[in-house]
Design a protein around this ligand. Structure first.
Ligand code: AMP
Ligand code: MG
Length: 394
């Protein structure tokens, strides 16, 4: 049996970025960059005032109070493009270009206009260079601002806009088909008869897939019959990049997912992982290149195995430079179970285990925000111990 880390590595090794596509900036949030983003101009593009006030020479306001002649006004979008001389000042606004000849900006609160705006009295001296952001001090034209493989967040939208990326190259969304298997399953709009339950996995898998950037197609519920499973997987593979099944991968008499995959000629990369819940997880590839994840039917196992393995594949297929969930260190607030994360008074990340009834308790699991990684062979973890955690996407 392979470890979780080995299984994640296999997923990373076998999956590759799909060919990228063009996207409008307005649709780019949450997508993955398929190109480096390069500054097309210096930022700021000119020496820029950070304050409303007066452009001056620091030398002229060394001894205060001092009166300077106001020779012009520089506003944002309408600068004063002349040479400022000795004992002169230019009224200046935030975002406006600083005129040549001046070397500092004194903020308006430290000044007073006199003689109908002909003079300004500066009350406080000013440090050389004060309140000026120099051209190119943030970014120089030609510099790489964002790297291919980064996920575009809201703050990055401003950077993309600033450098004129009205369109950009991004990773294509993988197409995911979701297939719930089990003769006990009925659709959500039905009342389960004796021995039946409503399918819930299709909903969590679809939601997690969308969250991971995929386009989702739901396949009809499928009973435990190899021929039906084969037909569904085969048909879906024509349209999709990834098929995610749930159920039918354990050792039961009616667990046919692996049989179906083998009969379809799939290559099985792994079928058991040292993980609880989620041991019988299957990762395979069909002859046409479609990936298949066979997740265990248990709804909590689905959430765990999806986020460890399927999510990693979906992000890798979009060209993410770090497709797997990242581990962090937290302090255990109580003995172990799935957990919610919070920060204590000292700013320390605390993992608070949930009360839950075991791996089928998916209602309790709705409160989980993270998984605590309990290494193999560890029976118990004490309160206060440091643990590794991964946050669950929500
Ligand atoms: P299996 O992996 O097929 O042995 O299923 C394990 C458990 O998960 C059983 O109790 C199933 O009834 C349950 N299960 C399987 N598929 C689903 C589903 N789509 N929604 C909710 N529960 C499921
Ligand atoms: Mg089953």
């Amino acid at each position: 049996m392979i470890s979780v880390a080995e299984a994640i590595q296999i997923v990373k090794d076998e999956t590759h970025a799909l060919s990228p596509e063009q996207c409008q900036l307005t649709n780019a949030l949450g997508r993955f960059l398929a190109e480096d983003i390069i500054a097309d101009s210096d930022l700021p593009p000119f020496d820029r005032s950070q304050m409303d006030g007066y452009a001056v020479r620091a030398q002229d306001v060394k001894t205060v109070p001092v009166r300077l002649r106001i020779v012009g006004e520089s506003a944002a979008g309408r600068g004063w493009h002349h040479e400022m001389g000795d004992s002169q000042a230019v009224r200046i606004m935030t975002g406006a270009p600083v005129p040549s000849g001046s070397d500092s900006v004194q903020q308006v609160e430290m000044t007073r206009e006199l003689e109908n705006g002909a003079l300004v009295e500066v009350i406080e001296s000013v440090e050389l260079g004060k309140s000026i952001v120099r051209r190119g001090s943030e970014i120089k034209a030609g510099e790489i601002v964002l790297r291919a493989g980064e996920r575009i967040n809201s703050a990055m939208m401003a950077a993309l806009a600033s450098f004129g990326y009205v369109e950009l190259k991004i990773g294509r969304r993988p197409r995911v088909a979701v297939l719930a298997t089990g003769s006990e399953l009925v659709a959500v709009n039905q009342t389960p008869a004796q021995d039946q339950i409503r399918d819930s996995n299709n909903y969590s898998i679809a939601a997690y897939s969308q969250l991971a950037g995929a386009a989702v197609e739901r396949l009809p519920l499928t009973s435990d019959q190899t021929s039906l499973l084969k037909a569904q997987i085969d048909a879906a593979s024509e349209r999709c990049d990834v098929v995610v099944t749930s159920g039918g991968v354990s050792m039961g008499v009616y667990d046919f997912t692996k049989t179906a995959l083998k009969e379809l000629g799939a290559e099985l990369f792994f079928e058991r992982v040292a993980l609880r819940p989620g041991k019988p997880t299957v990762f395979a590839r069909l002859a046409d290149g479609t990936f298949v994840f066979g997740l265990p039917g248990n709804p909590v196992s689905v959430s765990v195995t999806f986020n460890l393995f399927v999510r990693t594949a979906l992000l890798a297929m979009q060209g993410a430079n770090e497709p797997a969930l990242q581990e962090e260190t937290a302090v255990l607030a109580r003995i172990v179970n799935p957990a919610t994360l919070m920060t204590n008074d000292e700013g320390c990340l605390m993992a608070e285990p949930l009360k839950w009834g075991g791996s089928s308790d998916f209602v309790a699991f709705t409160r989980a925000s993270a998984l605590i990684i309990v290494p193999q062979g560890i029976k118990a973890l004490a309160e206060g111990s440091r643990v590794r955690v991964v946050r669950l996407p929500d």
